[in-house]
Ligand binder design. Structure first.
Ligand code: NDP
Ligand code: GDR
Length: 343
């Protein structure tokens, strides 16, 4: 029997890479998707096969992180071996506009799933992964940040993730559940949502390069982040659940770069002078900012053997290459049809 995994947030950046990885490993993969008026499965469409066909191993189920009864029913029906809880309102700036919703979906939903595990009688049979975040470190107290660095979240998103983190630890201690927190630092890819800063930059710069856009408006260029490659980080998630004992791990590259450096590197690769195109817009500033993140993934390396291969410059190149191709397709479509449509 193949192992069975349930992924919340399967339509997101990480969910799509994780689904790919687990299918490659022979898993039967179940994903929770939410109903939307437009298609929201673009990142996993290449993995999907008609469920009526033989040997289909990816199954999608409607559900919402806010709906506990749905989680209980899914767990009763599916009885997965592993649960990866990636679903969240994951945008930090947006969490200031929607703090209550973010607290519910990003924080409280963790209790919903953990309780559903108990309700479905799976406590001793399932392994649980919680998508924790370097945003929990927030205000700089120690560099580099490790599993022992105290949390001081600086956004409703960060606060919700701290709640989810400690709830996961508590269910491990209280019920002996195999539950692990991956404290992942920022990780990016060509599948990154376009409102996160890296992808916003690579999309805009490549569109500027082919003449589809004139300007890029950004907020704080001084913030520093530890940026890794999402495709590699989902391997760390999987490895955490393969260990005999559950634990909490920092996952990072141990390098930090400013947003300004990301802009410079991207535009330089396209032979463009970034200062001609980038302007400041305060709407992208946060009421309280996280100034500096850099993680030390020593525990992950020592206990599990994971370490990142793709670092900053290579990551920028991967994203620029992919977005340049997209911009060229967009231009070709526009030239062929006379219709402007954003790809
Ligand atoms: P994305 O924003 O790309 O994906 C979030 C996923 O959650 C999407 O599938 C989204 O569905 C789903 N989702 C959001 N709200 C709900 C809801 N109410 N009900 C059901 N599903 C919902 O995030 P990433 O893939 O980048 O991140 C995955 C997880 O890891 C998140 O929990 C994030 O907070 C966390 N994290 C991410 C880091 C990063 O750098 N990427 C770093 C550290 C932690 P839809 O497609 O319909 O919007
Ligand atoms: P972050 O990622 O908040 O670290 O959260 P994001 O890319 O949104 O911001 C990184 C830094 O860039 C600055 N910034 C801008 N950010 C955005 N989005 N848009 C802009 O125009 C802009 N200009 C400057 C921000 O102020 C910030 O300092 C991400 C998310 O994936 C979380 O879910 C995850 O938990 C953390 O990474 C680790």
């Amino acid at each position: 029997m193949p192992k069975k995994a349930l992924i919340t947030g399967i339509t997101g950046q990480d969910g799509s890479y994780l689904a790919e990885l687990l299918l490659e490993k022979g898993y039967e993969v179940h994903g929770v998707i939410r109903r939307a008026s437009t298609f929201n499965t673009e990142r996993i469409d290449h993995l999907y096969r008609d469920p009526h066909l033989k040997n289909t191993r990816l199954f999608l189920h409607y559900g919402d992180m806010a709906d506990s009864s749905r989680m209980v029913k899914l767990l009763y029906e599916l009885k997965p071996d592993e649960i990866y809880n990636l679903g969240a309102q994951s945008h930090v700036r947006v969490s200031f506009d929607n703090p209550e919703y973010t607290g519910d979906v990003t924080g409280l939903s963790t209790v919903r799933i953990l309780e559903a595990i108990r309700e479905a009688g799976l406590t001793q049979d399932v392994r649980y992964y919680q998508a924790s975040s370097s945003e929990m470190f927030g205000k700089v107290q120690q560099v580099p940040q490790t599993e022992a660095t105290p949390f001081w979240p600086r956004s409703p998103y960060g606060c919700a993730k701290v709640f989810a983190y400690w709830t996961t630890v508590n269910y491990r201690e209280a019920y002996n559940l195999h539950a692990s927190n991956g404290i992942l630092f920022n990780h990016e890819s060509p599948r990154r949502g376009e409102t996160f800063v890296t992808r916003k930059i690579t999309r805009a710069a490549t569109r500027i390069k082919v003449g589809l856009q004139d300007k890029l408006y950004l907020g704080n260029l001084d913030a520093q982040r530890d940026w890794g490659y999402a495709k590699e980080y989902v391997e760390a998630m999987w490895l955490m659940l393969q260990q005999d004992n559950p634990d909490d791990y920092v996952c990072a590259t141990n390098e930090t770069h400013s947003v300004r450096e990301f802009v410079q590197e991207t535009f330089a690769r396209l032979d463009l002078d970034w200062e001609k195109y980038v302007d400041y817009d305060d709407r992208y500033d946060r009421p309280s900012e996280v100034d500096l993140l850099i993680g030390a993934p020593a525990k992950l390396k020592k206990q599990i053997g994971w370490e990142p291969k793709i670092k900053f410059k290579e990551l920028v190149q991967i994203m620029v290459d992919a977005d340049l191709e997209l911009a060229q397709q967009e231009l070709a479509y526009q030239n062929a049809t006379g219709v402007a449509r954003r790809f």
